[in-house]
Write a protein that binds this ligand. Structure first.
Ligand SMILES: C[S@@+](CC[C@H](N)C(=O)[O-])C[C@H]1O[C@@H](n2cnc3c(N)ncnc32)[C@H](O)[C@@H]1O
Length: 266
């Protein structure tokens, strides 16, 4: 990482500590995409939903303070550890990875990958605020950052992304909940070269047979027909909710064997 990037990280950490944030009473429970907090900005308390990413990303350090420090989210580090362990086991170098980071947000996954030694990372996200926050807080981590809707990828965006010859897809804390649907994940998956690494996490409930988001059927079918060959999975606590209860996710790392076909989509 560059000196400029390290300086940004230090500035962000200093900002974290100044932010005043309060959570709702722990005896109130909300769906994960309805959770909220209140943040004191310029002397006024404002309510922000945790899934209103553009509002969170607009305030330097807020996403990190809230998600990493208070709600103990360690998913970017967890996915990095799992991917790194598989690379080491296979005698592969992180520096050889060409990563597409889907739902890159303000760059926390990119930062982990860069620390691991990855030299080429391209971020994609659906909101401009994510790219702006990444540029503000983690300049130089991503070789490029595209604002795209992966569900309806335009031809010129597709061409630019294909030219990157990605051999790794990361997607952390971004599947389901009105964020990234199965089609968007499949479109990103199909941009990865055969043999490439796929590293992502998903809420454990979304893999349960009773799931109605479409992810359980989709993930099961790409594993069953070896479109995705799993090398490691881990059930773990993604973070706690605003009610202090653990939120369980599954981290999955494997290798792409072939493209997802349309009939595999729900
Ligand atoms: C919880 S954030 C996770 C950010 C980052 N991966 C991390 O782990 O810190 C989810 C991100 O997914 C993005 N997102 C939601 N729907 C998307 C879509 N259809 N295509 C690309 N990004 C999307 C959101 O804008 C947001 O930045």
């Amino acid at each position: 990482m560059t000196v400029a990037t390290n300086k940004c990280i230090e500035q962000r950490r200093a900002l974290h500590n100044d932010l005043r944030i309060a959570l709702p009473p722990a005896n109130l429970s909300f769906d994960q995409d309805e959770e909220w907090c209140v943040v004191c900005m310029n002397g006024e308390w404002r309510e922000i939903r945790l899934h209103d990413y553009d509002e969170l990303f607009a305030v330097p350090g807020l996403y990190e303070r809230l998600l990493s420090d208070i709600l103990k989210c360690d998913s970017p580090a967890r996915i990095r550890e799992l991917l790194e362990a598989e690379l080491v086991a296979g005698g592969q170098q992180a520096s050889a990875l060409r990563v597409l980071d889907l739902g890159a947000g303000n760059g926390m996954v990119g930062e982990e990958l860069a620390e691991m030694g990855v030299k080429f990372i391209v971020g994609v996200d659906i909101i401009e605020a994510a790219a702006e926050a990444t540029q503000r807080d983690r300049p130089g981590i991503y070789a490029d950052y595209h604002i795209v809707n992966m569900t309806q990828l335009k031809q010129n965006d597709r061409c630019e992304l294909v030219e990157c010859r990605f051999n790794c897809l990361t997607c952390v804390a971004a599947l389901g909940f009105g964020d990234i649907p199965t089609e968007a994940f499949a479109n990103a998956y199909n941009l990865i070269e055969p043999g490439g690494w796929i590293a992502f996490n998903i809420k454990a409930d979304f893999l349960h047979p009773s799931d109605d988001t479409g992810f359980a059927r989709f993930i099961r079918s790409i594993i069953a027909d070896k479109t995705l060959e799993i090398s490691n999975t881990q059930h773990y606590q993604h973070r706690i909710g605003t009610n202090h209860q653990p939120i369980q996710y599954v981290a999955i790392v494997g290798n792409k064997r072939r493209d997802v076909s349309e009939d595999m989509l729900p």
